[in-house]
Design a protein around this ligand. Structure first.
Ligand SMILES: O=P([O-])([O-])O[C@@H]1[C@H](O)[C@H](O)[C@@H](O)[C@H](O)[C@H]1O
Ligand SMILES: [Mg+2]
Ligand SMILES: [Mg+2]
Length: 285
């Protein structure tokens, strides 16, 4: 089924309906641009490490999304990945705030590996109100709205009910840091889960799409240190799951770390197994 705004199972319009519809239309437009650019030559630059990449398409898509949204919603605030990388402050206030990752999976995009997404999140009073994620190559539109469920191309999503780590498929992402101490901790975290007999630990190259797979029940848990702008973080919760901080406490959108799972038991087992990798906070950079 082709995605469109109309495909979403339509709950009664809420206060942020216009914003949600704008996000859907922009994610679809951005997705078309990214899909076309995927197979073309790219100008690639690095950011915080040799593996932290950005292309002209990241900038183009981010500028498009922000300029359109700013015109329609002039009083809203914006936190966007490439603006932040260029020094813009990431401050999440109580005001309506758009959280934009123009291409999540830029490294995949550079290599033409077709796991790339646009992520547009919207927070009010520091709570995620909705997330709109578009898997650009598979043309899957994922949406999660606070209290109204999560959907993929109009089909309701449900997380897995697994509570046993020895039966779990776990997703993680490497994060941008590649110094020896960080890599050692990353690998040792993975090793701990494998020693606990998890069925598998997968790295797909897009934190946003990892959250979508989790929300779909295609994986039982996801964790990561070093991710920014968790605009899609509400999706697993809307699919019946749980999203927490790696300490086991409540999710902190600016803390650059997360554990998400279909069940609280699974999330706590993962959180307890992990050693912290320190990436600082997005709002302190
Ligand atoms: O840079 P980007 O492609 O938007 O996002 C990155 C991807 O989600 C990657 O999988 C994850 O390991 C990094 O932590 C993210 O920064
Ligand atoms: Mg990105
Ligand atoms: Mg990203």
């Amino acid at each position: 089924m082709k995605p469109s705004g109309e495909d979403q199972a339509a709950p009664a319009a809420g206060p942020w309906e216009e914003c949600f519809q704008a996000a859907v239309q922009l994610a679809l437009r951005a997705g078309q641009i990214i899909r076309k650019a995927l197979t073309e030559e790219k100008r690639v630059s690095t950011k915080t490490s040799a593996a932290d990449l950005v292309t002209e398409t990241d900038h183009l898509v981010e500028d498009l999304i922000i300029s359109e949204l700013r015109e329609r919603f002039p009083s809203h605030r914006f936190i966007a990945e490439e603006a932040a990388a260029s020094g813009a402050k990431c401050v999440l206030t109580h005001s309506p705030t758009w959280i934009i990752d123009p291409i999540d999976g830029t490294c995949n995009f550079v290599h033409r590996f077709p796991t790339v997404a646009v992520s547009i999140g919207f927070a009010v009073r520091q709570e995620l109100e909705f997330g709109v994620i578009y898997h650009c190559t598979e043309e899957r539109l994922y949406t999660g709205r606070r209290g109204r469920g999560a959907f993929c191309n109009g089909q309701r999503l449900r997380v897995s009910g697994e509570t046993d780590l020895s039966k779990a498929l776990v997703l993680t992402e490497i994060g941008p840091k590649r110094d020896p101490a960080t890599l050692k901790l990353f690998l040792s975290n993975m090793e701990r889960l494998l020693h606990a007999k998890a069925h598998g630990v997968r790295v797909i190259g897009s934190s946003t799409l990892a959250l979508c797979h989790l929300a779909s029940g295609a994986a039982d848990a996801y964790y990561q240190f070093g991710l920014h702008l968790l605009g899609s973080g509400g999706l697993p919760r809307e699919a019946g799951g749980i999203v927490i901080d790696t300490s086991g406490g409540p999710l902190d959108l600016m803390a650059c770390r997360v554990v998400a799972a279909g069940t609280r038991e699974m999330a706590m087992l993962i959180a307890q197994a992990l050693q912290t990798i320190n990436y600082g906070r997005d709002d302190e950079k």
